[in-house]
Design a protein around this ligand. Structure first.
Ligand SMILES: [Zn+2]
Length: 121
């Protein structure tokens, strides 16, 4: 076990973990979960050159979930970069929460060990 490992995980209290989590998460807003898909679809205009050429019309759709139901929201092209960034933030936040779980539980256990009156197993 290296010194860095000891320093980072052994002496961390639950509130240290909370502060770490809050400061890491602070830069991750807005954070969204969902999937952005690109598709091409035909329009209703007659003799549309884009449709005739097979190019059709590109559009982006965000798929999300609301109370278990899949929802689709059209995303205008100029908003795509912002939506992408927010989805990246969402994944980063999810990753962060995964990392936080073992650190927080370990910190809680250390605190319990330190507490003089608690002898619960
Ligand atoms: Zn068209």
């Amino acid at each position: 076990m290296s010194h860095d490992y000891m320093k980072q995980t052994t002496f961390e209290s639950p509130s240290d973990v909370v502060h770490w989590l809050q400061s890491e998460a602070a830069g991750l807003w807005p954070a969204l979960l969902g999937s952005l898909s690109f598709r091409r679809s035909p329009c209703v205009r007659e003799n549309c050159p884009a449709c005739k050429s097979g190019e059709q019309h590109p559009s982006y759709v965000l798929y999300g979930r609301v109370k278990g139901h899949r929802v689709a929201v059209y995303v205008p092209e100029e908003l795509v970069p912002e939506v992408r960034r927010s989805l990246d933030n969402g994944r980063a936040l999810q990753e962060l929460l995964q990392q936080a779980a073992p650190r927080y539980v370990k910190a809680l256990k250390r605190e319990r060990t330190k507490a003089p009156k608690s002898k619960k197993g």
